[in-house]
Design a protein around this ligand. Structure first.
Ligand SMILES: Cc1ncc(COP(=O)(O)O)c(C=O)c1O
Length: 358
């Protein structure tokens, strides 16, 4: 059986493929917080069910007020949407850029969103260490283009600080172009909020945030866009006003009022990431890239790993990793794993050790 999904988290596909219920499956292919949703969000979801007969607020006013306070920006500079994916789509539709510059590899939805808006895409290859190819990006950038960057970067987990990104922001402004910064995983980064580009937003710079990963509400959907007042007004004027439903709104408000959960997650993640990295680094021929996020990119080419074949054996155990061959830049020996709970990580890492010893 061949798994070549463009995204992780396709539990329904796995259910169909394995004939097993999703409760028996452990999914390392989507990068969702295994401690989530927090109790506060669970309770809010249960309470909100009373409201499902109502239409949601098309302006998401309570959510935008709480989120703007949380990130220290003004209400008029944020909008809520049906996940970060919708935010990206809306920004592209509003900007109507000349071209969309994306890094290769990166989240496949950037290119898909560009295609949906009939925009040409320019791919820029990343160096092997996933550092930012700033010179090339700036050389390629033309007036009216938008460049989409992601920090921490999916799939590598590498984090680009605000000062690393500053040179791009400067070029974007000088060339009268745009930068869209996807911070979908920044909640997992130690001191991430201090490194966010939100305080720098202007007519040329926009930021994307997601609540689906940290708060474990991928099925409910919630994301935020942060941009200039003019940009947010433009987005609000051309969209479906009901894409953030009443349950997502209550869940988001509860998450924003939960002042401990994200910090507790980061405390847990710091240790668990070291455990996973240590075990991977102890395996001969395996390279694991430094990650600031809740996932790891693992290269087993030198160890002779064939992820597609391994995936078939993992399937029998109910385990799924993200085969990275669909990114185009990787060969068949590279995969990405979410960092889950210890016993789950152990199961996957034991399976990998066994596979490499075959
Ligand atoms: C880098 C990146 N940005 C955005 C998203 C989309 O997030 P959401 O679930 O909020 O639409 C993903 C989902 O995997 C992602 O990896």
């Amino acid at each position: 059986m061949r798994f070549n999904f463009m995204h992780g988290g396709r539990l329904v596909d796995y259910e169909f493929a394995t004939g097993r219920s999703r409760e028996e499956l452990i999914d390392f292919s989507a990068n969702l917080n295994p401690l989530a949703p927090p109790e506060s969000v669970h309770k809010a979801i249960a309470r909100s069910l009373r409201r499902v007969q109502e239409y949601p607020d098309p302006l998401s006013r309570r959510l935008r007020t709480a989120f703007s306070t949380h990130v220290g920006t003004s209400y008029e500079e944020v909008f809520a949407a049906n996940g970060a994916s919708e935010v990206i789509d809306l920004f592209l539709r509003a900007l109507q850029p000349k071209r969309v510059l994306v890094l290769e590899p990166s989240f496949s939805e950037y290119a898909h969103a560009a295609k949906r808006s009939h925009l040409a895409t320019v791919s820029i290859a990343m160096p092997a260490d996933f550092s930012l190819p700033s010179t090339e990006m700036i050389e390629q950038l033309q007036k009216g283009d938008v460049i989409i960057l992601n920090t921490p970067h999916n799939p590598s987990g590498r984090f680009y600080s605000r000062s690393e990104l500053a040179i791009i922001y400067e070029a974007v402004r000088e060339k009268d172009a745009y930068a869209l910064i996807d911070e979908a995983f920044i909640d997992f980064v130690d001191e991430g909020e201090q490194q966010s580009s939100i305080p720098l937003i202007n007519e040329h710079l926009m930021v994307v945030r997601s609540f689906t990963k940290m708060y474990g509400i991928a099925g409910l959907r919630l994301g935020f866009g942060i941009g200039s007042k003019k940009m947010v007004e433009m987005v609000q004027g051309m969209r479906d006003g009901w894409s953030v439903n009443v349950v997502a709104e209550e869940a988001g408000l509860a998450a924003l009022h939960d002042y401990t959960f994200a910090a507790q997650t980061r405390d847990w993640l710091r240790e668990e990431r070291v455990y996973c990295m240590d075990r991977l680094q102890a395996m001969n021929g395996v390279t694991v890239y430094p990650s600031a996020a809740n996932f790891l990119l693992v290269n087993g080419i030198a160890a002779g790993l064939n992820v597609s074949k391994w995936q078939e054996r993992l399937l029998a155990l109910g385990l799924f990793v993200r085969n990275c061959d669909s990114y185009g830049t990787f060969s068949s020996g590279v995969f990405r794993m979410a960092i889950l709970l210890r016993r789950q990580n152990e199961q996957l890492l034991d399976a990998l050790a066994l596979e490499l010893g075959r």
